[in-house]
Design a protein around this ligand. Structure first.
Ligand code: URA
Length: 428
């Protein structure tokens, strides 16, 4: 079949800083998805986009072409408002686990098509797979039935949702083109819009453990995503939240499930509770609700939905979580107050202990990870344990310790408490 455009022509336009015409965008995404544009040509185009950027209308068209590469689900038939949440990824970010059942406890349906971890940030599906019996893959019929009966589903996205993104993301990963605001925004939003929720709340992470290291970039990414969602009829709000320090007291799959269950039982670390409630309030507001979600955490309604959600996917909510064969404590080299705990270093350490994967097909350990025994602002005695490393394979401890070199800072006085909620970006 002869093609209407030449990939080299499209690459040259972007290389020279031009705006890609709509017809060329539609063609290049479609032709790449069906294999008619070569990997090396798309690599060159992605690098040109990373270096030259995209205008808002150009990004909107690019995202639309990615959505149209696959199926767009329609979840409106369930009769309830549907609200989804997406985080750009951080260390110890287990918020989806308590959040989805908490919001569903208010009669709002939460369809959460999630991913696996790659690199130093964890993936929601990997965390839930630590629960004995739980399965991530559901048929379309099972997904819809669970959304109606339980109100919350966290499962793997099917192959038919934005297939262009699956190819583009894999290519970006190996061509140094992940860190581009238009490419991240189109990747996330094509999947979220194709998923068919009527509203979306974004948690855009900022700091050492996040993709976006500074607030200005995070704001630009959040603004681009809010504009894309709004243009496609999805009510979209973004919270910018801090990720210089890991969230909560655990990073690692089973460890994070245990911490999430503590939150659902009305306890848990203050930062995890604060962020869960802030995102729940946004999701409920987007669905037109005015209740205070704190009540459903305190009175066990969110826990009830969690138990039904886990059981519906084959999991046993009462089964003990896997424990690691080996633990190792990192101790304070002096007395004082914990002044800093670098999120990126903790994420890399958890990954090296076996909680994360280096390649898509690698298995992960359910038990591996890092437990944070003190958090910034807490006093520490000389020689007291600060971190507990968990692993199935003691040979991994040395490399995890290397990742943590310089990550723990002990000072004489308590640091200024770092704000968790940094900004809110909405269309209105
Ligand atoms: N998550 C995605 O889905 N895509 C990106 O590009 C970055 C994070």
């Amino acid at each position: 079949m002869s093609e209407p455009f030449d990939a080299v022509e499209v690459i040259r336009t972007k290389r020279d800083g031009g705006r890609l015409p709509d017809a060329q965008i539609d063609w290049v995404i479609d032709a790449y998805t069906r294999g008619a544009v070569a990997e090396e040509q798309m690599s060159a185009l992605l690098m040109a986009v990373l270096l030259r950027g995209m205008e808002p209308a150009e990004l909107a068209r690019w995202t639309r072409a990615m959505i149209e590469s696959g199926e767009r689900l329609d979840l409106s038939a369930g009769g309830r408002p549907t609200v989804d949440k997406h985080s750009t990824g951080g260390v110890g970010d287990k918020i989806t686990l308590p959040l989805a059942p908490l919001v569903a406890a208010h009669g709002v349906a939460v369809p959460q098509l999630s991913g696996r971890g790659l690199g130093h940030t964890g993936g929601t599906l990997d965390k839930l797979e630590a629960i004995p019996g739980w399965r991530a893959r559901l048929s379309a019929a099972e997904f819809r039935a669970q959304l109606t009966d339980v109100g919350a589903v966290i499962c793997a996205a099917g192959e038919s949702l934005a297939p262009a993104d699956r190819k583009l993301y894999a290519l970006r990963d190996v061509t140094g083109t992940v860190e581009s605001i238009p490419l991240i925004a189109s990747s996330i939003m094509s999947k979220k819009i194709a998923e068919g929720a009527s509203a979306l709340v974004l948690d855009v992470k900022v700091g050492s453990g996040a993709f976006m290291k500074d607030l200005a970039d995070a704001r630009a990414l959040a603004t681009a995503m809010v504009e894309l969602g709004t243009a496609h009829g999805v009510r979209t709000v973004a919270l910018l939240t801090g990720m210089d320090v890991p969230l909560g007291r655990t990073a690692g799959n089973g460890l994070e499930v245990a911490e999430s269950v503590e939150v659902l039982a009305g306890g848990g670390p203050a930062d995890v509770v604060e962020l869960t409630l802030a995102l729940a309030r946004e999701m409920l507001t987007a669905a037109g609700r005015t209740e205070d979600p704190a009540d459903a955490l305190a009175d066990g309604r969110a826990m009830d939905v969690w138990r039904r959600m886990i059981a519906a996917q084959g999991g046993d909510p009462d089964a003990p979580l896997p424990t690691a064969a080996e633990t190792h404590e990192v101790t304070a080299d002096r007395a004082g107050v914990l002044a800093g705990l670098d999120a990126y270093a903790v994420g890399v350490a958890a990954w090296r202990l076996g909680a994360g994967r280096a390649r898509k097909e690698d298995p992960v350990s359910a038990a591996a990870g890092v437990e944070m025994l003190v958090k910034p602002g807490d006093p520490v005695a000389a020689g007291a344990p600060v971190l507990r490393l968990h692993t199935d394979d003691p040979a991994r401890i040395e490399r995890a310790l290397a990742a943590l070199a310089g990550a723990v800072t002990i000072g004489d006085a308590a640091p200024e408490p770092a704000a968790l909620l940094l900004d809110r970006i909405a269309a209105d």
